[in-house]
Design a protein around this ligand. Structure first.
Ligand SMILES: CC(C)[C@H](C(=O)O)[C@@H](O)C(=O)O
Ligand code: SF4
Length: 485
């Protein structure tokens, strides 16, 4: 009998299902559990109250990221001004001490950083794994060819106690992006264009596999940016098939296969066996997807969100939409509300929008390649941050990204132009630490969410790529980076 053709998602799912109920509810084995300080305190408390231990301590990799400050590290924990933030960071320290972990990168440590950045960077997110974290952007790690999704706090406790997750299988969606992008177009523009096309509910109920020549051409960092925003397209998980880039990326990372083997021979064997398996991690040629969406990469222009949802996005050459042109009354109302919140006039060209702050960072765009792209634009333009910009900040995603960027001298390029070069963390992506927007401030941000108040009450967020954010800092308003890419 011929074997049934399967998608990558089918394969990852089949490999991890322990049991399936008649109604489709399944018990899924979880290989890796990433933990941060916001969604873990109650979970640890639950274990403590029930007198339980963590089922597999070696599956846990933890860091503090949301509440950590990006300045004043010389003051240590006293530099965390907000008492609740400080308590969460200290509580994580205490919990890891008590319950254990395979690796812990606490506040102030060299490898600390945003959970979705430190996991791949340390080889904690590997192809073929099931991976969870109490955080919606866990989808990022699907770029490794892993089934990675965000879970809630009660699920965090469930995984800690049992090493399994209750889940129902999602449907399969393939988003195929074919063709060669114009110079300057990045993974961020691709994923914003996808969300612009399918909407923030487009992927609901699906696991999305991103494929096509434009996705294959992306670096691992670019693929992570795309998978990071799968959740903004409504999908719980995004995936990219394993190829040579994936394997090269993993090689030599601290938690990669073979890294801790007893001898070089054992290390080589472990690695070779892993690679042989990883090479099977792609959808079969005949595999059936429930939905296929196609995008022409050659048509993608630099994207800028104008509204209060990631689907409210247009190319930089467009104008702020006019609600009067919208026939659907619900959509018209949504556009009107968004424009009021964002303080925008219909018909205004997007490249005439002046911004007050610029934020280059977040788990979407704070990896080394993002730092390089932004620095390259700053260097090319050869000018300082514009006078109208109150703050332009670059926040590397981890201590290791920061070190690498400094080895390459990128921090000097930023600082010479007037950017602030900060310590790693979630920073101004969400208003959970000291970095935030004031009411009415407009921000060019490389993060993934532009909801009302996301970067601070009354703050106005425009999501863009690192290159677009860097150019906006220098010009003081959005510009089309294709003119100097
Ligand atoms: C705090 C955390 C639970 C949250 C998430 O799940 O995504 C945050 O990371 C975010 O980006 O909004
Ligand atoms: S950087 Fe932003 S999106 Fe990513 S985990 Fe932190 S708060 Fe969430």
């Amino acid at each position: 009998m011929a074997t049934v053709a399967r998608t990558l998602y089918d394969k990852l799912w089949d490999d991890h299902v322990v049991h399936t109920e008649d109604d489709g509810t399944a018990i899924l084995y979880i290989d890796r559990h990433i933990v941060h300080e916001v969604t873990s305190p109650q979970a640890f408390e639950g274990l403590r109250e029930a007198g339980r231990k963590v089922w597999r301590v070696s599956s846990i990799v933890a860091t503090a990221d949301h509440n950590t400050p990006t300045t004043g590290w010389e003051h240590g924990y006293d530099g965390i001004a907000d008492p609740t933030s400080k308590e969460q960071v200290l509580t994580l320290d205490q919990n890891i001490k008590e319950f254990g972990a395979a690796a812990y990168f606490p506040f102030l440590s060299r490898r600390q950083g945003i959970c979705h950045v430190i996991a791949p960077e340390n080889g904690a997110a590997l192809p073929g794994m099931t991976l969870v974290c109490g955080d919606s952007h866990t989808s990022t790690m699907g770029a490794m060819g892993a089934l990675a999704h965000g879970i809630g706090t009660s699920e965090v406790e469930h995984v800690m106690a049992t090493q399994t997750l209750l889940a129902k299988k999602a449907k399969n969606m393939l988003i195929k992006v074919e063709g060669k992008v114009t110079p300057g177009i990045t993974g961020k523009d691709i994923v914003l264009a996808i969300i612009g096309k399918i909407g923030t509910a487009g992927g609901t109920g699906y696991t999305i596999e991103f494929g096509g020549s434009a996705i294959r051409a992306l670096s691992m960092e670019g693929r992570m940016t795309v998978c990071n925003m799968a959740i903004e397209a409504g999908a719980r998980a995004g995936l990219v098939a394993v190829d040579e880039k994936t394997i090269d990326y993993v090689k030599g990372r601290p938690l990669a296969p073979g890294a801790n083997a007893a001898s070089p021979e054992a290390a080589a064997l472990e690695w070779d066996q892993a690679v042989a398996f990883w090479k099977t991690l792609h959808s079969d040629a005949e595999a059936k997807f429930d939905t296929v969406v196609e995008l022409d990469a050659t048509q993608i222009v630099p994207q800028v969100t104008w509204g209060t949802s990631p689907e409210m996005v247009l190319g930089i050459d467009a104008r702020v939409p006019d609600p009067d042109q919208e026939k659907d009354s619900n959509k018209r109302g949504a556009i009107e509300r968004a424009l009021t919140y964002m303080g925008l006039e219909p018909g205004k060209p997007l490249n005439d929008l002046f911004v007050d702050k610029v934020f280059i960072g977040s788990c979407t765009n704070s990896r080394i390649e993002d730092m390089r792209e932004a620095a390259q634009v700053v260097k090319k333009l050869g000018q300082k941050v514009a006078k109208n910009i109150k703050l332009a900040m670059v926040v590397p995603g981890s201590g290791l990204v920061k070190e690498q960027a400094e080895r390459e001298g990128l921090h000097e390029i930023f600082k010479a132009a007037g950017f602030e070069w900060r310590e790693p963390g979630c920073s101004m992506c969400l208003a959970m630490n000291a970095d935030r927007l004031e009411p009415g401030e407009r921000c060019a941000s490389t993060s993934n969410r532009n909801f009302e108040g996301r970067q601070g009450a009354g703050g106005r967020t425009h999501l863009v790529s690192p290159a677009m954010a860097a150019a906006a800092a220098i010009h003081g308003h959005f510009v089309d980076i294709r003119q100097f890419s």
